[in-house]
Each structure stands twice: as structure tokens, then as C-alpha cells.
Design a binder for this molecule. Structure first.
Ligand SMILES: Cc1cc2nc3c(=O)[nH]c(=O)nc-3n(C[C@H](O)[C@H](O)[C@H](O)COP(=O)(O)OP(=O)(O)OC[C@H]3O[C@@H](n4cnc5c(N)ncnc54)[C@H](O)[C@@H]3O)c2cc1C
Length: 407
């Protein structure tokens, strides 16, 4: 079936969003809420990509000004969505960044905390003794810690499902089980969609590519190269009861959070490029062993007993050369946009990024982004790269990555 005619009418621009993860589904709902005629394409079910495999750790403890503002807005929206969207629950929970004795990153923590506080984030530097007095975690081997109070956790799949329902209510046409490819040029950007009702080609005023680990492949269809490289990370759950804070043991590179029936822990970053169509989705034995060891050292409830991992799994994050995402117009003026490259922090930023993308796309379409009040965030400009650069994949949560002096 072919439907080449532009589907916009009157003042309502037709926008396609490619990718039904946390970012795409939020952008789609927010675009529709602002009057766009939106079609959301997802090759599987909503949340089938990284969002459905994420840990749901949410915090606003960022040292860079743009990151801190975006995270503050995201947390504000998670709380509001908890009140307004049935099926989604945000659980407030402090987030601890802990650095061990002998780890050179310990020296950087006070300055990191100062920068977070300078952006209004409720983060404090604490001694290991004070941390141990407050929480059921081992602190004897720590040099220093920071506690971010404005944090929390959620079930990421429930966010995508609830936001998907909101998108439908706002009038978004949600096409699941529909893989798309892009064709055409700047003047006539087209989507070839292959879904349940067969193949069809459609033209849109704007296309937003929020295809997670497949983003570079989708954009390559129309000759746009972006350095967004997938890499594998892992997580596990266990039934051990834990009612402490979320902890990032920066020296071990392991994070953990409570969950209703136990504890979730992760990292296991593999700093090599992964094939999004062919990667190992189960957790590795080495990952389970190394996380088990860290949990024994850190969590009082685990130290004496068995961990008994219930489930271990892997998913993909996406790296960029400078660790910042690509968000905004890309390749061709006005009609093609990208939102990807989260370096492990895409889910927690999705409520703010989706809103930002919706406002930016609509401003670009009506020409109001041409003045000095561009809605887009400069450090995230997709065109800051050629697309062909070679770079090392680094883990996104490290203290070094958070210190925030790169911009
Ligand atoms: C184990 C693990 C733990 C994590 N923990 C956290 C965490 O605690 N906090 C956090 O912030 N982040 C976390 N992340 C990272 C987080 O999952 C991602 O940054 C985030 O989910 C990215 O969302 P997205 O919408 O950009 O991408 P995705 O959720 O991957 O969505 C992209 C979608 O596009 C679809 N798609 C791809 N190609 C096409 C096509 N051609 N046509 C149609 N659809 C297409 C895919 O099927 C997919 O559903 C974790 C990731 C993993 C794997």
C-alpha cells in the first residue's frame, strides 16, 4: 500500500516518532498534547528495547548545569506522573555515591557535591561513619560518600505502558510490531513501515528518531551518520530483603536499589560495541559472581547469607564520543530529529527529554527556533559530530564522568 500524500492538515503538523521506548513514547504523547498529529512506530511492543530492561534508578544528582536542570525536570515529572497516570508508581529513595579507601576518585567527590549543590540539588557529603549510622550498609572500607535526597526508583516497563496509554488518549496512532525505515530527501522525508497491515509509505512534516540502540542504523538509511554506539550492560534481581538506600559503589562500578520483593543490582558494563540485532540477552556468570561479591561487602542483609540471584539479564546502552546525548535536528534542516546516546541515563531523563523534543520539534517546524531563543540544548547538538569518529566506550555512571568539568 502506498500513501505518499503529506498527512498534515491545517495547523496540525504530522510527526512520526520512531521508537516506542521511554523517550519515544514520552515525546509522542507530549507532541500530541501540543497539537501535533503523531504516529508512533515501534518494531516490537512498547518498551521492547532498553527501556523494558532498565533498572529504574532515578536521580537528579548531576554536576553539569544542563544535566542538572533536565534531571530536576524529569524528577518533577516522575512525581507528577505518579499522581496522574494509573499504573505508574514512583518510590522516593535516597541515592548514595560511595567511594572506597585508596580510590583516587575519592578526592573528586567534594568538588562534585559542590557543583551538584550549586545547581540546587539536595546532595550532601557524608563521612563513612555518618553513612553507616543512617543506613544498613557497610562503610568500613569507604573513604567518602555523597547522599542525594531527591532520588527514587520505579518499574521502567510500567512507565512506558502508562505513557503509552496517555499517548493513545492524546490521539497518537501507536503502530506496534511495525519496523520502519527512512527514505527520501530533505524536501520529502518518507517512512516505509512494515507492520500488521502490510507495507506502506508515508510522508511526514517531521520525523523523530528515538530508536535507542538502532538509532545509527535507522539514520544511515538516509545517509546521516551519527556516533551512537550500543554497548552491553547487565543487571540482576535477588529475593534478599533490603530496605536501605540506592547505592552506587563507584570503586566497584556496581549499583543497587531496593525492590518490592528484594534487591536489584547491576552494571557489568562491557565497553565494546554490541550488535543490537544479535547480542547475548542473558546475564554472564562473571557478572553474577562479581556483583555477588560487591553485595556481600556492601549490604548488611547479604553479608552473612546466600544471594541466590533470581534473574540476570543484559540490555544495551548507547555511547557517544563525549558522553552527551544527541538531541535535536540532524542532517537536514527542519524535518529530521534525533534523541539518543544516553550513556546509561536515558530512562531517568525520558520525561524531561520527551517534553524538550516535543517543544523543540514544534518550534523548528513553525520557524521559531531560528531566532536567538532556540529551544535546543547546545551541548546536545547532533551536528557537533561528523558521525565517523572512532572513540572508546566508557561506563556512564563513573565519578569521573559525573565530576562535570567537560563543558
Ligand atoms: C540493564 C540496564 C539497566 C539500566 N538501568 C537504567 C537506569 O536505572 N536508569 C536509567 O536512566 N537508564 C538505565 N538504563 C538505560 C536505559 O535503559 C536507556 O537509556 C533508555 O531506556 C533509552 O530509552 P530510549 O527510548 O532512548 O530507547 P529504547 O528503550 O531502546 O527504545 C527504542 C525503541 O526503538 C525501537 N526501534 C528500533 N529500531 C526501530 C525501527 N526501525 N522501527 C521501529 N522501531 C524501532 C526498539 O524496538 C525500541 O523499543 C539501563 C539499561 C540497561 C540495559
Amino acid at each position: 500500500m502506498s500513501r505518499p500524500a503529506r498527512s498534515s492538515s491545517g495547523d496540525s503538523p504530522a510527526v512520526a516518532v520512531v521508537g516506542g521506548g521511554a523517550v519515544g513514547v514520552t515525546a509522542a504523547a507530549d507532541l500530541a498534547a501540543r497539537g501535533a498529529s503523531v504516529t508512533l512506530y515501534e518494531r516490537g511492543d512498547l518498551g521492547a528495547g532498553s527501556s523494558g530492561r532498565a533498572a529504574g534508578v532515578l536521580y537528579d544528582a548531576y554536576a553539569e548545569d544542563v544535566d542538572a536542570a533536565l534531571a530536576a525536570r524529569a524528577m518533577e515529572r516522575f512525581r507528577a506522573i505518579d499522581r496522574s497516570l494509573p499504573g505508574f508508581e514512583f518510590t522516593p529513595c535516597p541515592y548514595v555515591i560511595a567511594v572506597r579507601d585508596g580510590d583516587p576518585d575519592a578526592d573528586a567527590v567534594p568538588a562534585m557535591v559542590d557543583r551538584m549543590r550549586s545547581h540546587g540539588r539536595d546532595v550532601s557529603l557524608v563521612t563513612p561513619d555518618a553513612l553507616g549510622d543512617r543506613f544498613p550498609v557497610a562503610t568500613d572500607d569507604l573513604a567518602v560518600a555523597a547522599v542525594a535526597e531527591g532520588a527514587g526508583w520505579c518499574d521502567p516497563a510500567s512507565y512506558v505502558a502508562a505513557m503509552g496509554r496517555r499517548a493513545r488518549r492524546e490521539g497518537v496512532a501507536v503502530e506496534t510490531e511495525t519496523a520502519v525505515s527512512l527514505t527520501g530527501d530533505a524536501a520529502e522525508l518518507r517512512i516505509e513501515a512494515d507492520g500488521g497491515s502490510g507495507a506502506e509509505t508515508r510522508e511526514f512534516d517531521a520525523v523523530v528518531v528515538a530508536a535507542g540502540a538502532h538509532t545509527a542504523d535507522v539514520l544511515a538509511d538516509v545517509g546521516v551518520a551519527v556516533p551512537v554506539v550500543p554497548y552491553r550492560v547487565q543487571a540482576l534481581t535477588t529475593g534478599v530483603a533490603y530496605d536501605g538506600p540506592m547505592v552506587y559503589d563507584a570503586s566497584a562500578g556496581v549499583y543497587l536499589r531496593p525492590r518490592p520483593t528484594g534487591l536489584l543490582a547491576g552494571d557489568g558494563t562491557e565497553p565494546v560495541a554490541a550488535d543490537p540485532d544479535d547480542y547475548e540477552r542473558g546475564g554472564d556468570d562473571w557478572f553474577v559472581d562479581s556483583v555477588t561479591e560487591t553485595l556481600r561487602e556492601r549490604v548488611d542483609a547479604v553479608s552473612g547469607g546466600e544471594l541466590n540471584s533470581e534473574r540476570a539479564w543484559a540490555g544495551l546502552c548507547t555511547a557517544t564520543p563525549d558522553g552527551d546525548p544527541l538531541v535535536g535536528p540532524v542532517g537536514r534542516a527542519g524535518s529530521l530529529f534525533v534523541a539518543a546516546g544516553w550513556q546509561g541515563h536515558g530512562f531517568m531523563r525520558a520525561p524531561a527529554v520527551g517534553e524538550h523534543v516535543a517543544e523543540g520539534v514544534l518550534a523548528s517546524l513553525d520557524g521559531t527556533d531560528a531566532d536567538s531563543e532556540s529551544p535546543w540544548i547546545d551541548p546536545f547538538d547532533p551536528d557537533r559530530f561528523d558521525g565517523g569518529e572512532a572513540f572508546e566506550i566508557t561506563e556512564g555512571m563513573s565519578v569521573e564522568g559525573r565530576i562535570g568539568e567537560k563543558r
